[in-house]
Design a protein around this ligand. Sequence first.
Ligand code: 5RP
Length: 226
Amino acid sequence: MDQDALKRLCAEAALAFVEDDMMVGVGTGSTVNHFIAALAARRGRVAGTVSSSEASAARLREAGIPVMDLNATGGCDVYVDGADEVTEHLAMTKGGGGALTREKIVAQASRKFVCIADASKLVPVLGRFPLPVEVIPMARSLVAREIVRLGGRPVWREGVVTDNGNAILDVHGLVITDPAALESDLNQLPGVVTNGLFARRPADVLLLGTPQGVRRIDRAVTRPSQ
Ligand code: 5RP
Protein backbone atom coordinates (compact mmCIF):
# COMPACT_ATOMS: atom_id res chain seq x y z
CA MET A 1 0.00 0.00 0.00
CA ASP A 2 1.38 3.44 -0.85
CA GLN A 3 1.33 6.42 1.51
CA ASP A 4 -1.82 7.88 -0.02
CA ALA A 5 -3.69 4.58 0.45
CA LEU A 6 -2.64 4.59 4.12
CA LYS A 7 -3.94 8.14 4.45
CA ARG A 8 -7.27 7.11 2.97
CA LEU A 9 -7.47 4.09 5.29
CA CYS A 10 -7.15 6.11 8.50
CA ALA A 11 -9.33 8.94 7.14
CA GLU A 12 -12.19 6.55 6.43
CA ALA A 13 -11.79 4.98 9.89
CA ALA A 14 -12.39 8.41 11.44
CA LEU A 15 -15.99 8.32 10.20
CA ALA A 16 -16.72 5.94 13.11
CA PHE A 17 -16.34 8.97 15.43
CA VAL A 18 -18.97 11.01 13.58
CA GLU A 19 -22.50 10.50 14.84
CA ASP A 20 -25.73 11.96 13.50
CA ASP A 21 -26.32 15.62 14.37
CA MET A 22 -22.74 16.19 15.45
CA MET A 23 -20.88 19.43 14.76
CA VAL A 24 -17.68 18.27 13.07
CA GLY A 25 -14.40 20.17 13.03
CA VAL A 26 -12.47 19.51 9.84
CA GLY A 27 -8.73 20.04 9.49
CA THR A 28 -6.54 20.60 6.47
CA GLY A 29 -4.27 18.54 4.24
CA SER A 30 -4.18 15.54 1.95
CA THR A 31 -5.25 13.07 4.67
CA VAL A 32 -8.19 15.28 5.62
CA ASN A 33 -9.16 15.53 1.96
CA HIS A 34 -9.87 11.79 2.10
CA PHE A 35 -11.94 12.37 5.24
CA ILE A 36 -13.99 15.07 3.48
CA ALA A 37 -14.64 12.67 0.59
CA ALA A 38 -15.83 10.02 3.05
CA LEU A 39 -17.92 12.54 5.01
CA ALA A 40 -19.80 13.46 1.83
CA ALA A 41 -21.71 10.18 2.20
CA ARG A 42 -23.07 11.55 5.52
CA ARG A 43 -24.09 14.97 4.21
CA GLY A 44 -27.45 15.90 5.62
CA ARG A 45 -26.84 13.82 8.75
CA VAL A 46 -24.29 16.05 10.49
CA ALA A 47 -25.38 19.32 12.10
CA GLY A 48 -22.60 21.11 10.24
CA THR A 49 -18.86 21.51 10.03
CA VAL A 50 -16.29 24.08 11.12
CA SER A 51 -13.26 24.26 8.86
CA SER A 52 -9.67 25.03 9.77
CA SER A 53 -8.89 26.59 6.38
CA GLU A 54 -10.39 28.25 3.34
CA ALA A 55 -9.14 25.30 1.26
CA SER A 56 -11.02 22.70 3.33
CA ALA A 57 -14.09 24.95 3.51
CA ALA A 58 -14.19 25.10 -0.29
CA ARG A 59 -13.90 21.30 -0.53
CA LEU A 60 -16.62 20.80 2.05
CA ARG A 61 -18.99 23.13 0.21
CA GLU A 62 -18.21 21.39 -3.10
CA ALA A 63 -19.20 18.12 -1.43
CA GLY A 64 -22.50 19.69 -0.32
CA ILE A 65 -21.55 19.71 3.36
CA PRO A 66 -22.57 22.85 5.32
CA VAL A 67 -19.72 24.94 6.76
CA MET A 68 -20.42 27.15 9.78
CA ASP A 69 -18.64 30.04 11.48
CA LEU A 70 -17.18 28.71 14.75
CA ASN A 71 -18.79 31.65 16.57
CA ALA A 72 -22.22 30.43 15.53
CA THR A 73 -21.69 27.04 17.14
CA GLY A 74 -21.18 25.88 20.70
CA GLY A 75 -17.92 24.26 19.61
CA CYS A 76 -17.43 20.93 17.86
CA ASP A 77 -18.24 17.44 19.09
CA VAL A 78 -15.29 16.02 17.24
CA TYR A 79 -12.33 17.42 15.31
CA VAL A 80 -10.59 15.33 12.67
CA ASP A 81 -7.20 16.48 11.41
CA GLY A 82 -3.85 15.19 10.20
CA ALA A 83 -0.33 15.79 11.51
CA ASP A 84 3.19 16.22 10.22
CA GLU A 85 4.63 14.32 13.19
CA VAL A 86 2.95 12.65 16.15
CA THR A 87 4.29 10.87 19.23
CA GLU A 88 2.83 7.94 21.19
CA HIS A 89 1.70 10.57 23.72
CA LEU A 90 -0.30 12.20 20.89
CA ALA A 91 1.65 15.46 20.92
CA MET A 92 1.95 16.68 17.34
CA THR A 93 3.72 19.02 14.98
CA LYS A 94 1.24 20.53 12.54
CA GLY A 95 1.13 23.36 10.05
CA GLY A 96 2.89 21.85 7.05
CA GLY A 97 -0.08 23.14 5.08
CA GLY A 98 0.06 26.53 6.80
CA ALA A 99 -3.28 26.24 8.60
CA LEU A 100 -1.86 25.87 12.12
CA THR A 101 -3.59 28.82 13.78
CA ARG A 102 -7.12 27.92 12.77
CA GLU A 103 -6.33 24.26 13.42
CA LYS A 104 -5.35 25.11 16.98
CA ILE A 105 -8.49 27.17 17.47
CA VAL A 106 -10.80 24.43 16.22
CA ALA A 107 -8.90 21.79 18.22
CA GLN A 108 -9.33 23.84 21.39
CA ALA A 109 -13.04 24.29 20.65
CA SER A 110 -13.62 20.55 20.19
CA ARG A 111 -14.57 17.93 22.74
CA LYS A 112 -12.66 15.13 20.98
CA PHE A 113 -9.64 15.44 18.68
CA VAL A 114 -9.09 12.50 16.34
CA CYS A 115 -5.72 12.63 14.58
CA ILE A 116 -5.46 10.73 11.30
CA ALA A 117 -2.02 9.97 9.92
CA ASP A 118 -0.13 7.40 7.91
CA ALA A 119 2.44 5.34 9.79
CA SER A 120 5.39 7.46 8.61
CA LYS A 121 4.19 10.32 10.86
CA LEU A 122 4.71 8.43 14.15
CA VAL A 123 8.03 9.49 15.72
CA PRO A 124 9.72 8.95 19.11
CA VAL A 125 10.65 12.66 19.41
CA LEU A 126 9.27 15.67 17.50
CA GLY A 127 11.64 17.90 15.55
CA ARG A 128 12.76 16.25 12.35
CA PHE A 129 9.87 17.92 10.52
CA PRO A 130 10.55 21.70 10.63
CA LEU A 131 8.28 23.37 13.16
CA PRO A 132 5.98 25.98 11.56
CA VAL A 133 5.51 29.27 13.40
CA GLU A 134 2.95 31.82 12.16
CA VAL A 135 4.15 35.39 12.67
CA ILE A 136 2.81 38.90 12.16
CA PRO A 137 4.67 40.06 9.00
CA MET A 138 6.41 43.08 10.61
CA ALA A 139 7.83 40.83 13.35
CA ARG A 140 9.26 38.17 11.03
CA SER A 141 12.95 39.06 11.45
CA LEU A 142 12.58 39.82 15.16
CA VAL A 143 10.97 36.45 15.83
CA ALA A 144 13.55 34.69 13.65
CA ARG A 145 16.39 36.16 15.76
CA GLU A 146 14.67 35.09 18.99
CA ILE A 147 14.23 31.57 17.63
CA VAL A 148 17.95 31.38 16.81
CA ARG A 149 18.58 32.27 20.47
CA LEU A 150 16.36 29.30 21.43
CA GLY A 151 18.53 26.99 19.31
CA GLY A 152 16.46 26.74 16.12
CA ARG A 153 17.19 27.54 12.47
CA PRO A 154 14.20 29.49 11.13
CA VAL A 155 13.52 29.57 7.40
CA TRP A 156 10.95 31.99 5.99
CA ARG A 157 8.31 30.15 3.88
CA GLU A 158 8.69 32.77 1.18
CA GLY A 159 5.64 33.67 -0.88
CA VAL A 160 3.22 32.03 1.55
CA VAL A 161 0.53 34.15 3.19
CA THR A 162 -1.73 32.37 5.67
CA ASP A 163 -5.53 32.59 5.69
CA ASN A 164 -5.00 35.17 8.45
CA GLY A 165 -2.66 37.34 6.33
CA ASN A 166 0.52 36.34 8.16
CA ALA A 167 3.92 34.81 7.39
CA ILE A 168 5.34 31.42 8.35
CA LEU A 169 8.80 30.53 9.66
CA ASP A 170 9.74 26.84 9.47
CA VAL A 171 12.14 26.05 12.30
CA HIS A 172 14.77 23.41 11.59
CA GLY A 173 17.26 21.72 13.88
CA LEU A 174 15.10 21.29 16.99
CA VAL A 175 14.99 18.16 19.14
CA ILE A 176 11.74 18.70 21.00
CA THR A 177 11.89 16.67 24.18
CA ASP A 178 9.39 18.85 26.06
CA PRO A 179 6.83 19.95 23.46
CA ALA A 180 4.46 21.60 25.95
CA ALA A 181 7.26 23.82 27.34
CA LEU A 182 8.50 24.85 23.89
CA GLU A 183 4.93 25.50 22.75
CA SER A 184 4.52 27.96 25.65
CA ASP A 185 7.96 29.55 25.20
CA LEU A 186 7.37 30.27 21.52
CA ASN A 187 3.94 31.72 22.25
CA GLN A 188 5.60 34.28 24.57
CA LEU A 189 7.58 35.89 21.74
CA PRO A 190 5.95 39.15 20.61
CA GLY A 191 4.86 38.76 17.00
CA VAL A 192 4.17 35.02 17.21
CA VAL A 193 0.55 34.21 16.41
CA THR A 194 0.77 30.45 16.89
CA ASN A 195 3.29 27.67 16.65
CA GLY A 196 2.68 24.22 15.21
CA LEU A 197 3.21 22.29 18.43
CA PHE A 198 0.01 20.69 19.66
CA ALA A 199 1.03 19.46 23.09
CA ARG A 200 -1.04 21.57 25.47
CA ARG A 201 -4.13 20.40 23.59
CA PRO A 202 -2.92 17.08 22.11
CA ALA A 203 -5.08 14.63 20.18
CA ASP A 204 -7.34 12.33 22.16
CA VAL A 205 -7.17 9.48 19.67
CA LEU A 206 -4.66 8.65 16.94
CA LEU A 207 -5.76 6.54 13.98
CA LEU A 208 -2.58 5.41 12.27
CA GLY A 209 -2.77 3.97 8.77
CA THR A 210 -0.38 1.01 8.56
CA PRO A 211 0.03 -1.75 5.96
CA GLN A 212 -1.51 -4.09 8.56
CA GLY A 213 -4.60 -1.91 9.00
CA VAL A 214 -5.60 1.00 11.23
CA ARG A 215 -3.78 1.11 14.56
CA ARG A 216 -5.67 3.06 17.25
CA ILE A 217 -3.79 4.78 20.09
CA ASP A 218 -5.77 6.52 22.84
CA ARG A 219 -4.18 9.25 24.92
CA ALA A 220 -3.56 8.12 28.47
CA VAL A 221 -5.59 10.31 30.84
CA THR A 222 -3.62 11.25 33.93
CA ARG A 223 -5.79 11.43 37.03
CA PRO A 224 -4.97 13.75 39.93
CA SER A 225 -3.41 11.78 42.80
CA GLN A 226 -5.76 11.13 45.74
C1 5RP B 1 -1.88 21.48 7.72
C2 5RP B 1 -1.55 20.38 8.65
C3 5RP B 1 -1.73 18.98 8.16
O1 5RP B 1 -2.52 18.29 9.06
C4 5RP B 1 -0.38 18.33 8.06
O2 5RP B 1 0.47 19.14 7.26
C5 5RP B 1 -0.50 16.94 7.44
O3 5RP B 1 -0.79 17.04 6.09
P1 5RP B 1 -1.04 15.77 5.17
O4 5RP B 1 -2.31 15.13 5.63
O5 5RP B 1 -1.15 16.37 3.78
O6 5RP B 1 0.16 14.86 5.29
O7 5RP B 1 -1.17 20.57 9.79
O8 5RP B 1 -1.58 22.74 8.26
